[in-house]
Design a binder for this molecule. Structure first.
Ligand code: ADP
Ligand code: MG
Length: 239
């Protein structure tokens, strides 16, 4: 874990009076923990977005970067599967129009240009400082699996990879990861590794109040995982 890089990113947000890191900042923290993330670069104008998309290679994803917007797709701030420069020009403008319509006062730091990926599964890995239990990690499937079915598991942090594997195996949706009825077997070891690293991070940094990798893209066995969205909320270490 590259602690000095993490401290630097957390201090910058604190100095600017922000309690939430932007997605690109949160991904830098993950990278400093050696958690893989998808290629993500910040563009502050259309020409820069075009240049970055060429570098990253199409298809790409565009996402609004604003400290005032936490659920980006709820307000039209995310476009996936952009296949060409023509599409990118249109998507860039649409995102800015959507955000201005949603909240004219939102501070816009730019638009993140990211590599578009196709996963075998989308899961959530979270970390938080629980009021009673202290540093804790969470694992589950995304979307309705968390919201409706509450199919999630928790452990105290820090934890080892055996405990992380148990956490993964105990959710009801586990067969969807393990190759049930001809589905691809996914990289469960890489998910466990990510849970262990998130556990170490929240145990080491009490000022990280909550962390969500939602989604963590999971690929076929041996092909790893990549965080495509990340959210980190900050508080005082004694809060
Ligand atoms: P938010 O959670 O703030 O609405 P996300 O960054 O999670 O925004 O994007 C919303 C959804 O778009 C994700 O749950 C995922 O299904 C899809 N998505 C996000 N990034 C990518 C990507 N790089 N490649 C493919 N799909 C993506
Ligand atoms: Mg998300």
């Amino acid at each position: 874990m590259d602690k000095s890089t993490i401290v630097e990113i957390l201090e910058k947000a604190k100095t600017e009076g922000r309690k939430i890191l932007t997605e690109p900042e949160a991904k830098q923290v993950l990278q400093a923990c050696e958690i893989p993330v998808n290629k993500t670069q910040l563009a502050t104008n259309l020409d820069e977005a075009i240049r970055l998309a060429r570098e990253i290679n199409y298809p790409v994803v565009l996402k609004i970067v604003s400290p005032d917007i936490t659920h980006k797709s709820d307000c039209g701030g995310v476009r996936v599967g952009i296949g060409s420069e023509t599409e990118l020009r249109r998507a860039y403008q649409e995102i800015l129009d959507n955000i201005r319509a949603y909240n004219p006062k939102a501070q816009i730091l730019g638009v993140a240009v990211q590599e578009h990926l196709s996963p075998a599964a989308e899961v959530i890995v979270g970390g938080l400082q629980d009021k009673s239990f202290g540093p804790t990690v969470m694992f589950g499937f995304g979307g309705i699996w968390v919201e409706v079915l509450k199919d999630i598991s928790f452990r105290l942090a820090p934890l080892n990879s055996g405990e992380a594997l148990e956490m993964i195996r105990e959710i009801k949706g586990y067969p969807l990861l393990s190759g049930y009825r001809g589905r691809p077997q996914t990289d469960i070891e890489a998910i466990a590794d990510t849970i262990v690293k998130v556990g170490n991070l929240v145990a080491e940094f009490p000022q990280i109040k909550e962390l969500d990798i939602n989604p963590l893209f999971v690929f076929e066995k041996g092909k790893g995982v990549k965080a495509v969205d990340a959210r980190i909320g900050l508080g005082e270490s004694n809060e």
